[in-house]
Write a protein that binds this ligand. Structure first.
Ligand code: ZN
Length: 340
């Protein structure tokens, strides 16, 4: 099969990879209908995050089940399925508490390389969720978004305790930030402040329910949020970048007693204990337990109540994955869908 492999920073190639096969009786093989490039793929692409190379890339996937192992009971060949970036058994105590991305048996799908034609999914019964029937083609981008960015933005909103009547600020205007806006709207937020300085992204944020746009960042961004909230700060802030600046901007934009949901993968973030102590801000976040949210998200997409697939503003054949990485790296594209 064909698949994307990272050889060196800035060097992604699509080449022949070995066809995946069932290795454990709990595995499934799926034929991918669509896959994509993630903001977090850019960290190793830029050489900021060291990984063992050459590395098969990609952890977002939707597709049709081709084959299942002998112990797979619920997932069946022919089903259209969605899974997340961590395979999970969905039965251990941690999974049952809703933290499937910390499952005691979790396996990262990223190492298996979902930017490809086929993918082996471990712990298929716990990991995959099937749609009610085969979806029409126009819904596939939205289901693909549910595999990571929608689930991650949604978890950010849940972790930030977004709810009716609340003012929410979203730091980061990548796909996760934009879908955190969508989630905040769905969860009943009264006011949603999107922090973005890029016009196409501001427009999409407004489409998803942002009521205010703040273009300033850092201390000036914090000051703008305070101005918009009677000097108090937002009730809920979703951090969707993962840098020191964005994390501090999020904490300082939150009112005492408020909540930060941080879902940008942290790189070099160090929190000042004293400031944190006196801030009275709740912090919760981490790798989103997308599996917890999938049934609800699939239902909303199937019934066309949300359209998260709009974050894909560039679609390319898998063969042109390198161009997809470049477009996202240069911020020419919000998110790139790859057609295997
Ligand atoms: Zn588990």
């Amino acid at each position: 099969m064909r698949g994307a492999v990272l050889y060196a920073p800035g060097d992604v190639r699509v080449e022949e990879r070995e066809d995946p096969r069932i290795l454990l009786p709990t595995d499934a093989i799926i034929h991918l209908s669509a896959t994509c490039v993630c903001g977090s793929d850019l960290w190793p692409y830029r050489g900021v995050e060291a990984i063992k190379r050459p590395a098969p890339m990609g952890h977002e996937y939707v597709g049709v089940v081709q084959e299942v192992g002998s112990e797979v009971k619920n997932i069946k060949p022919g089903q259209f399925v969605i899974g997340s970036f961590f395979a999970s058994d969905n039965t251990c105590e941690i999974c049952q508490a809703g933290y499937q991305s910390s499952c005691i048996h979790r396996e990262p799908v990223g190492g298996l390389g979902a930017q490809a034609e086929y993918l082996r999914v471990p712990l298929a019964d716990g990991t995959l969720v099937a749609t009610p029937d085969t979806p029409s083609d126009d819904l596939i981008p939205s289901f693909l978004a549910a595999s990571d960015v929608l689930g991650t933005g949604w978890f950010g909103a849940v972790a930030a305790e977004v709810g009716p009547g609340k003012t929410v600020a979203v730091v980061g205007d990548g796909a996760v930030g934009l879908l955190a806006v969508l989630a905040a709207k769905q969860l009943g937020a009264e006011r949603i402040i999107a922090m973005s300085r890029h016009e196409p992204r501001q427009k999409l944020a407004a489409h998803y329910g942002a009521t205010d746009i703040v273009t300033e960042r850092g201390d000036e961004g914090v000051a703008r949020i305070k101005e918009l909230t009677n000097g108090l700060g937002a009730h809920s802030v979703i951090e969707a970048v993962g840098t020191q600046e964005s994390m501090m901007q999020s904490i300082r934009s939150t009112r005492p007693g408020g909540h930060v949901g941080y879902v940008g993968v942290a790189h070099g973030v160090e929190l000042p204990g004293e400031e944190l102590f006196f801030s009275h801000v709740h912090l919760h976040g981490g790798p989103a337990p997308v599996r917890r949210l999938l049934p609800e998200l699939i239902d909303l997409i199937w019934n066309r109540q949300i359209d998260p697939g709009k974050v894909f503003d560039l679609t390319l054949p898998l063969e042109q994955a390198a161009e997809g990485y470049q477009a996202m790296d240069e911020r020419r594209a919000i998110k790139v869908l790859l057609n295997p």
